[in-house]
Write a protein that binds this ligand. Structure first.
Ligand code: BDR
Ligand code: CA
Length: 315
């Protein structure tokens, strides 16, 4: 199995991404590391720990950055609810959080996995950046870093800023200039990576404790969406789940069409701070540091969700 760490800020779509990764049975999930992002860091850590227990995933869970490297932590309770999972309470796990900070867990596993570790970074990039600041050589000890973040077009938190990059542009810049093998799955792609409505709706209504929690989160999410988009059809509601698209692309290598480009991060001082600027024609002379996801095969993603629902039925 492929060794993997999921670094995240659960977060409803982070929750689904963890479910999807585990259900694929392709990964040896060595740890889940967390940080402040969608909600405050104490909630994201507890959510990750309780999610792992809920799905029977026995791995270390460790908390990391409380704040971005630059500026204050801005959270997104308006999307994910006050504690991050749409107000849904998971049974509290018995396992304690790992004592090591997230960046030490990342580095320890990078060493242990001898070049084979993959990281799915589904929140701001602060934990990964701190690891790279402490151990710059770690950039070359990781098989691949799959990021949900950025956009080749518009943002969702500002005109050009996607939330994860916008939250900590300095961390993103450290990561994007580190030499690490990088794939960016941005909003341009994740917006199309949506499950077919019939599969999604029948899936979340299948029996089992895991799917019942997911269904409750989806009820919350549908109502939230309806509050700002009143014509939302609740019965056929399918959410955008950006983090899950990045994980889906890891499970099925044919799912994303990607190409390498130089990608620069706008770190400060402009209205487009947090933008992932893609140098399409290579005129900057910068290295092609990033594999950029350009297109997603929605039929393939629907198939992965179908398998996920079958996996969790009655669990
Ligand atoms: C990303 O930001 C968060 O709201 C989601 O969990 C996802 O990682 C989308 O911009
Ligand atoms: Ca996230």
């Amino acid at each position: 199995k492929r060794p993997l760490i999921i670094d995240c800020d659960p977060g409803i779509d982070d929750f689904v991404a963890i479910l999807l990764a585990h259900s694929s049975q392709q990964f040896d999930i060595r740890a889940i590391t967390t940080l402040g992002g969608n909600v405050r860091p104490e909630y994201t850590a507890a959510n990750a720990r309780d999610t792992a227990a809920l799905i029977g995933l026995d791995c270390a869970v460790g908390a990391g950055a409380q704040t971005p490297l630059m500026g204050d932590l801005i959270t997104a309770e308006y999307v994910h609810g006050p504690t991050g999972l749409g107000g849904v309470q998971l049974p509290q796990a018995r396992r304690e959080l790992d004592r090591r900070p997230a960046w030490d867990i990342l580095y320890d596993e990078a060493c242990r996995c001898r070049g084979k570790l993959e990281i799915a970074a589904l929140g701001p990039l602060t934990n990964v950046a701190i690891m790279l600041r402490k151990h710059p050589e770690a950039a070359f000890m990781i098989d691949k870093l799959h990021i949900m973040g950025g956009s080749t077009t518009v943002g969702n938190h500002s005109a050009y800023g996607e939330f994860n990059i916008w939250e900590d542009p300095l961390a993103a810049d450290i990561v994007f200039t580190s030499g690490i093998d990088l794939r960016m799955v941005g909003l341009n792609c994740t917006a199309q990576g949506v499950c077919a409505a019939d599969v999604w709706q029948s899936g979340i209504h299948r029996p089992g404790a895991v799917l019942s929690k997911l269904r409750q989160m989806m009820d919350y999410s549908a109502e939230q969406t309806r509050s700002w988009r009143p014509d939302t059809d609740i019965l056929h509601y399918v959410p955008e789940l950006p983090d899950a698209v990045a994980v889906a692309g890891m499970i099925d290598d044919t799912l994303l069409r990607c190409r390498r480009y130089p990608v620069l991060i706008e770190v400060s001082g402009t209205p487009s701070v947090g933008r992932t600027l893609v140098d399409w024609d290579g005129v900057s002379g910068r290295p092609r540091n990033c594999e950029v996801a350009l297109q997603v095969d929605a039929a393939r993603i629907t198939e992965l969700y179908r398998q996920m629902f079958a996996f969790y039925e009655e669990r």
